[in-house]
Design a protein around this ligand. Structure first.
Ligand SMILES: Nc1nc2[nH]cnc2c(=O)[nH]1
Ligand SMILES: [Zn+2]
Length: 476
């Protein structure tokens, strides 16, 4: 088996919304396709050769992780805007509609210049990969050429992604608006053709197109209707959009679509609400909308950093989880001021605590599993990985480790040599030499501290489909 890679070390693997498995001694074999061939947990060092022999891998080269390192599935960012990275950290004084007008649209308009797009997107995608995002749902701008460039760069850097060109033919500035529904759909079709023509990485098309009506406000009925027709022609095409983020936005949407029963109802009316629709924000949904989203099995991208930063509100994510709605996390740059999913995880934790603090005392003791309660660590990890995978319709391929899934993974280093002061001293624990149970407990601590105090310095390797594509040890 020439091109098989066998990794041996500590692995944390999400198993459900409330649990992960952890093994200090895990063996993972990854085939030349980048898919996982087999996994064996808890292979103590003295059992290593026997276990390899039982798998027909006598004398195989094993890549052993060092002490203070562990593997987790790569992060899935279910919602971000690549052209907004140059604005990171600005505009927090505005709420959504003014923020779009004064901060966001002027920046996005610059991507009419393809050379500017090429230079910007190359560094944007590199930074996002190195921050540990192995799968990313990207919004480009309205420009066809610039968005093709974004898809080309994602493809050449080896990230898994959905790339969409924004559809927006009304309520936008004169220099940043599409001239008609027809041209918007024509360019969308051209982008889809372009992305589908990119060569696969082995047996896998890592980059896929996604239909991207920016939000209901920016699309005429004609445009939404044509996008619905386009979506109907290919049930596999993902759809991404914004929903119910801000009260001013919701009121304006109702004015523009007086016949629709609700904001979610607008998308539904045009055939855009289905099981592979990714709805960003969902801060202020009504009960009927929550029911509609559940019935359609659409997914929600929870973007807590952005919801705080643009003063939008705190989404009731626990309620959605209780209802069985699919939820993932999104950075929503630059509504969110940080491109790392670690930051989205931290703010998802804080957002859940804010809701629990504001909830009536009685509801804190209710029988709900998640609503009005803080989110436990396994839940946060799940949302950032397997939850996001389900929102993207990729749950069979990524989000956790299992035979036949792709090896999309992060090698995390929590040793002091990572240079991250927040994690210093972790490996000094006597538990390093303790029992299996003690080692598992130490792994829990490593994970929690990485999620809350870690950064790019701790991300040693980023693998997508079995290929090393980023991280500190990646030579570029
Ligand atoms: N956060 C956010 N919300 C939006 N709604 C429409 N466009 C956007 C955007 O770019 N960011
Ligand atoms: Zn957004």
């Amino acid at each position: 088996m020439p091109e098989m890679k066998i990794f041996y070390g500590a692995v944390i693997n999400p198993t459900s919304l409330t649990s992960y498995s952890s093994s200090p001694y895990c063996l993972i074999a990854v085939g030349s396709s980048g898919d996982i061939n087999w996994i064996v947990n808890d292979v103590a060092p003295h059992k290593l050769q026997d276990t390899l022999a039982s798998k027909g891998c006598v004398d195989a080269d094993v890549i052993a992780l060092k002490d203070g390192e562990f593997i987790i599935p790569g992060f899935v960012d279910t919602h971000t805007h690549a052209p907004q990275i140059p604005n990171l950290g600005t505009g927090g004084q505005y709420q959504l509609l003014d923020w779009l007008k004064y901060i966001t649209f002027p920046m996005e308009a610059k991507f009419a210049d393809v050379a500017f797009a090429r230079k910007t997107y190359a560094s944007v995608v590199r930074r996002i990969i190195d921050s540990g995002t192995t799968t990313c749902c990207y919004y480009g701008t309205l420009h066809l050429e610039a968005t093709k460039v974004l898809a080309d760069i994602v493809h050449s850097l080896g990230q898994r992604a959905f790339v969409g060109k924004c559809n927006m033919n009304r309520e936008c500035p004169p220099d940043y608006i599409e001239p008609s529904a027809e041209s918007s759909v024509k360019d969308t079709r051209a982008l889809i053709t372009h992305i589908k023509s990119l060569p696969p990485h082995g047996h896998e098309h890592l980059v896929q197109p996604v239909i991207t009506p920016r939000f209901a406000i920016s699309c005429t009925d004609d445009l939404l209707s044509s996008l619905g027709t386009l979506a109907a022609s290919d049930p596999n095409l993902r759809i991404q959009t914004h929903i119910s983020e801000n009260l001013g936005e919701i009121n304006f949407t109702k004015e523009l679509f007086p016949k629709a029963p609700s904001y979610a109802g607008v998308y539904d009316m045009f055939g855009l609400l289905r099981d592979n629709t990714i709805l960003a924000h969902a801060v202020h949904l009504g009960e009927d909308e929550i029911q509609l989203i559940k019935t359609k099995n659409a997914g929600i991208s929870h973007c807590p950093t952005s919801n705080f930063n643009l003063n939008s509100g705190v989404a009731p994510v626990g309620l959605y989880l209780d209802k069985g709605i699919k939820v993932g996390l999104g950075t929503d740059v630059s509504g969110g001021f940080n491109l790392s999913m670690l930051n989205a995880i931290r703010n998802a934790s804080i957002a859940a605590k804010v809701r629990s603090m504001q909830a009536p005392i009685t509801s804190t003791f209710s029988s709900s599993s998640f609503a009005n309660k803080p989110l436990p660590i396994p839940t946060l990890l799940y949302l950032a990985t397997a939850g996001g995978a389900a929102v993207c319709g990729l749950e069979k391929r990524i989000g956790s480790f299992a035979a036949e899934k792709s090896f999309d993974a992060l090698f995390v280093n929590v040793r002091p040599d990572a240079g991250n002061i927040g994690l210093l001293g972790l490996t000094d624990s006597p538990a390093v030499r303790g029992s299996l149970e003690e080692k598992k407990k130490l792994l829990d601590t490593w994970l929690e501290r990485f999620l809350f105090c870690g950064d790019d310095r701790n991300i040693q390797c980023v693998y997508v489909q079995g290929r090393l594509v980023g991280g500190r040890s990646f030579h570029r």
